[in-house]
Design a protein around this ligand. Sequence first.
Ligand code: THU
Length: 154
Amino acid sequence: MSKSMNQTQYSELSLLDKSLVDKAVSMTDAAYAPYSGFLVGAAVQLKNGVVLGGCNQENASYPLCMCGERVALYNAAANYPNEPVDTLAIVARNPKNKLTQPVSPCGACRQVIAEYESRYGSGIRIILKGETDDVIIFDNIKELLPYGFDDTFL
Ligand code: THU
């Protein structure tokens, strides 16, 4: 695993990080996931301190399902287009099968997080949690998406 990956516990987080994770957990209540039953909540902390949430949105046409972290990032980008993202908290719970490890963002979401790092020219901290107190923190998306595709290829 990468050097900057930090395995920790919810109880060890700063008050600011705890409240961001709490916001993400609360967003799972709004998840629309009638097909998978997998509830994902996310919260974005902008550099200006504003916090915005998101949760997964499913569709009877399965490929249209949208992940919670992308909903949160797009919510932030639509409402604060010029404000860099500082931290993204992603949590999940599965009422059918308790999630015993922190959730891992899908590849598409990693690519979208990378885009906002490029857009704002600054790293995005990523906090992951499941249904236990275990938390993993990454300093930026490069830890989760090494050698990713970006605008330097275009
Ligand atoms: N999901 C997320 O919201 N984020 C992820 O990183 C992984 C998967 C959602 C998509 C779908 O609604 C459900 O979880 C099951 O894949």
